[in-house]
Design a protein around this ligand. Structure first.
Ligand code: ATP
Ligand code: MG
Ligand code: MG
Length: 141
């Protein structure tokens, strides 16, 4: 049985499919569902220094991420207990950290996401989460 399920969401078709599975599992087990989306504040090369992107860029990332989470919200059937969280950081690391900090017992994610390179079975985020997670990971394809 599962009591706390984390669904990693990037708005892609496979993330939608994964979210549907996560919602079904949450319903079947009466588990808490948390949908997380991570955004990364870009670093820019400035001569020989790395600088953080201008604040107004970060604002746009947050705004876009809010829309991604809204799409997730619209997809999860009413009556399923769910929370929606925006995480800052590299997606795999942020998802793993959130799952561990929140005491989650299952991570659900798509095998691929929005990335363009199609020849791999797993994207870099699903690959890294599956590789480093200490709890079970359901990779939906
Ligand atoms: P890549 O990003 O390496 O080019 P990709 O986009 O095809 O490849 P991933 O990014 O690994 O593949 O996506 C696999 C799954 O990881 C997605 O279906 C989604 O569940 C999750 N995921 C990807 N990006 C994020 C993110 N920013 N926040 C939360 N979950 C994410
Ligand atoms: Mg991706
Ligand atoms: Mg990526």
């Amino acid at each position: 049985s599962y009591s706390k399920i984390v669904a990693a969401y990037d708005g892609s078709n496979l993330a939608n499919k994964a979210l549907d599975h996560a919602a079904r599992l949450a319903e079947a087990f009466g588990a808490e569902l948390t949908v997380v989306h991570a955004y990364t504040t870009p670093m820019l090369n400035s001569g020989d220094m790395l600088i953080t992107a201008p604040a107004e860029w970060a604002q746009e990332y947050v705004q876009h991420s809010g829309k991604v989470l809204e799409a997730a919200k619209a997809r999860v059937p009413a009556g399923i207990r769910a929370e929606y969280k925006l995480l800052e950081g590299y997606p795999a690391q942020a998802v793993l950290e959130y799952a561990s900090d929140s005491g989650a017992d299952l991570i659900v994610m798509g095998s691929r996401g929005l990335g363009a390179i199609r020849e791999f079975v797993l994207g870099s985020v699903s690959h890294n989460v599956a590789q480093h997670s200490k709890i079970p990971v359901l990779v939906v394809k």
